[in-house]
Ligand binder design. Structure first.
Ligand code: AMP
Length: 502
């Protein structure tokens, strides 16, 4: 029976004794043993009465068995819905209710708290712990290690990934088998993954980056992965010599650079460092190259679209850019007001179209209509521009745009100047309420270790470089910026914190 995503990612390995995952505690998991566990899980789900299309909410720690749930869902035609382990009960209730989950899987320590939720929506509740134990594992012991793959079509839904919901309610992005498969195939080819690769996997598996980009590529290419339960810079230094590739968020790279024994020798087996999910500072890119001889390859994607652009594997990887649209992806920059394409080099809204673009937001036809155009272009909410050589630059989120006295201010323009100032490691510019101008920019500067930026000198410099209306009303020096697990700066937190400055 055909199930395109299962067949391409998993089915081909049914009896393969090749290594899929090496854990940091030294276990080698073969494809065959991985698939027999996932088939047992699939049998548990089927015997519990779950049917094709049912949603499975999964809030568990990263583990081999957690990935088996993903494989089991694909094999059973169930919709996989992974959740950030940081979400509270109240948040999980929203995701479970909104999606109409048929099954919730959580760590035993959360079971009691989630029981009332499962009861209220008549969902099943099973447990899976970081060490692989739990009621799901117990139930699976009595099951067959083979499962009749449920027939599926490329347009069938494979997963819901909820957006981080920094503006209003979190939305469930519906991803089809084809969305995931087409992107995984494109990236495998574009980044030249082969069965010789060993990916150092330190990203969470509830997010598109660690789940779909990392895992699906490894499976499509026949590569293997070293699975780290979480990012830990010291543990990473130990494992780097065994790996050929790393996928990370920018924080991985800044933390590696902060380690004095991180050097060329440790990265001798590496062929590729990939960064995404948040902007990589050009400075980090250059420092990394100086230290290791490797140029980090930066790419751009999002929950709703999978990956859209990438710097080239073989051509010039240009710092501060996210490269070119991937094969099969159309990308244009339009005026946010008119939706008409702007001139090359001008800033506007990034819109993308391709087989990677999601099917819409679950239960939110209005939101879907507002963001997904009838001609298939998705309005990303990211502002960007395309330079004379075709490289795409991300200027920032639409909602981060500051409008001061009627003038548009792109925080990135100010941030890139601030980042170059003495004593400044990085910066974030936000708009705060202002009686006269509506909003005015404020700059939060992160000090370099053991250095102190001088606000007066910096303001003088800004005055020479930028129009008056773009000058930050205040410079605030801090030790670090608030970030989420994917390394994204939480500007909404900063806006809240500094809302009463003027
Ligand atoms: P998420 O849906 O959590 O993956 O977040 C997607 C958002 O992350 C995008 O819309 C961008 O705003 C941001 N993003 C992802 N990759 C990059 C990148 N390489 N540079 C700048 N921003 C990025």
């Amino acid at each position: 029976m055909s199930n395109p995503l299962y067949d391409a990612l998993f089915g081909k390995y049914a009896s393969a004794e090749t290594i899929f995952i090496t854990t940091t505690d030294g276990r080698d998991i073969t494809h065959r043993s991985f698939l027999s566990t996932s088939a047992r899980f699939a049998n548990v789900f089927a015997n519990a009465g779950l049917n094709k299309g049912d949603r499975v909410v999964v809030q568990v720690e990263k583990s081999v068995e957690a990935l088996c749930i993903y494989a089991a869902c694909v094999q059973s035609g169930l919709v996989f819905l992974p959740l950030n382990t940081a979400y509270t009960q109240r948040e999980v209730r929203y995701f479970a209710e909104d999606s109409g989950a048929g099954l919730i899987i959580c760590d035993t320590c959360r079971q009691e708290g989630l029981q009332p939720i499962a009861r209220d929506i008549s969902a099943l509740l099973m447990t899976l712990n970081a060490d692989g134990s739990g009621s799901l594992a117990d139930l699976s012991l009595a099951q067959e290690s083979e499962f009749n793959t449920v027939e599926a079509h490329g347009e069938d839904l494979a997963a819901f990934l909820y957006t981080s919901g920094t503006t209003g309610r979190s939305k469930g992005a519906m991803l089809s088998q084809n969305n995931l498969l087409s992107n995984a195939r494109t990236l495998t080819e574009y980044w030249e993954f082969t069965s010789k690769d060993v990916l150092l996997h330190a990203l969470p598996i509830f997010h598109t980056h660690g789940l779909f980009v990392a895992t699906n590529i490894v499976l499509i290419s026949g590569a293997s992965m070293i699975m780290m339960p979480k990012f830990d810079v010291k543990a990473m230094l130990k494992k780097l010599p065994d790996a050929t590739c790393l996928m990370g968020v920018p924080t991985f790279y800044t933390r590696l650079l902060a380690e004095t024994d991180f050097d060329k020798d440790l990265t001798r087996e590496m062929r590729l460092f990939i960064s995404g999910s948040a902007p990589l500072l050009a400075e980090t890119h250059f420092q990394f190259e100086e230290r290791t001889g490797h140029r980090i390859l930066e790419r751009y994607g999002m929950t709703e679209t999978n990956m859209n652009t990438s710097n080239p594997y073989r051509g010039e990887r240009r710092a501060g850019t996210v490269g070119f649209p991937l094969p099969g992806v159309e990308l244009k920059i339009v005026s946010p007001e008119s939706g008409i394409e702007v001139q090359r080099g001008e800033t506007g809204m990034i819109e993308v179209k391709g087989p990677n673009i999601f099917k819409g937001y679950w239960n939110m036809p209005e939101k879907t209509k507002a963001e997904l155009r009838e001609d298939g272009f998705f309005i990303t909410g990211d502002l960007g521009k395309i330079d004379e050589d075709g490289y795409v630059h991300i200027i920032g989120r639409d909602k981060d745009l500051i409008i001061s006295g009627g003038f548009n201010i792109y925080p990135k323009e100010i941030e890139s100047i601030l980042d170059k100032q003495g004593g400044v490691l990085e910066s974030a510019v936000i708009g705060v309420p202002h009686a006269d101008f509506g909003e005015t920019p404020v700059a939060i500067l992160v000090r370099q270790p053991d250095q102190e930026p001088d606000p007066d000198t910096i303001l003088k410099h800004i005055a020479r470089e930028l129009a008056r209306f773009k000058h930050p009303g205040k410079l605030i020096v801090v030790d670090e910026l608030p970030r989420n697990t994917m390394g994204k700066v939480q500007k909404n937190q900063l806006r809240e914190q500094y809302k009463d400055l003027f």
